[in-house]
Design a protein around this ligand. Sequence first.
Ligand SMILES: C[S@@+](CC[C@H](N)C(=O)[O-])C[C@H]1O[C@@H](n2cnc3c(N)ncnc32)[C@H](O)[C@@H]1O
Length: 273
Amino acid sequence: MPENAEESAVPPEVDTSKAHSARIYDYYLGGKNNFAADREAAEKVIQIWPARTAAREGRKFLGRAVRYLAAEAGIRQFLDIGTGLPTANAVHEVAQAVTPSARVVYVDNDPLVLAHARALLTSSPEGRTAYIHADLRDPAGILADPVTQSVLDFGQPIALMLVAVAHFILDEDKPAELIATLVDALPSGSYVVASHITMEHNPAALAAAQRAYRAAGVSAQARDSGQFAELAFGGLELVPPGVVLVSEWRPDDNGPRPTPAEVSFYGGVGRKP
Ligand SMILES: C[S@@+](CC[C@H](N)C(=O)[O-])C[C@H]1O[C@@H](n2cnc3c(N)ncnc32)[C@H](O)[C@@H]1O
């Protein structure tokens, strides 16, 4: 088995000389699917903000939100945009542990995630998983893709997952319109799960982290809780406790939690009325 990404066959469309958000995040989470440019960018961020702690809390939030939707809200279909590289507790693993017939369409724009998509296509026999290589900035393309249309039933509630991805969409790309296009296509009773980086609790460090991302060629834009709530959950009913730090969203243990300045990462779940 190859020890790390350098020793595996890298598809030609993957530019390893440039940092990419999926691979930086993989590095934070202790994965091996990253390259020198990603590690260099990640280390610059880690020196100013404990991004590894935030990423771990972000993943735990994703797992709790999917479990809530599958176990308490009866959701069986998920459209997960900005899937990321394989790591523990993929959406289908968490959802199908509750509802084996759950269906998941994964979407990401990183060719390295595409190369690893096999790891996501391990559905239970009763359910289904599929992967499409597409960009959040093309919501109509995601919705019209034959894979999306064949795996998901748009007559039944769907959970749209936008976890740790909207902060890579700059205002000039009109993220509110992109998300509204996706939400408009979902039937009543559907949900949006989203998380987003913020500067509110640690302005100097997060501003420096944002500069480090941009210097590495990765678009990034932190937003405050009001901006995030409007962007991701405008017109939706927020599930309690609303928009909070990811570590505070229905925590499943009473253990010590990192400080708001360390987390600097909001999350929430909204229901389409
Ligand atoms: C920080 S990771 C989050 C992964 C996963 N959602 C999680 O929370 O663990 C962000 C992911 O979004 C993907 N991404 C960034 N911009 C995107 C875009 N415009 N369209 C689709 N995916 C995008 C990256 O390739 C990466 O896999």
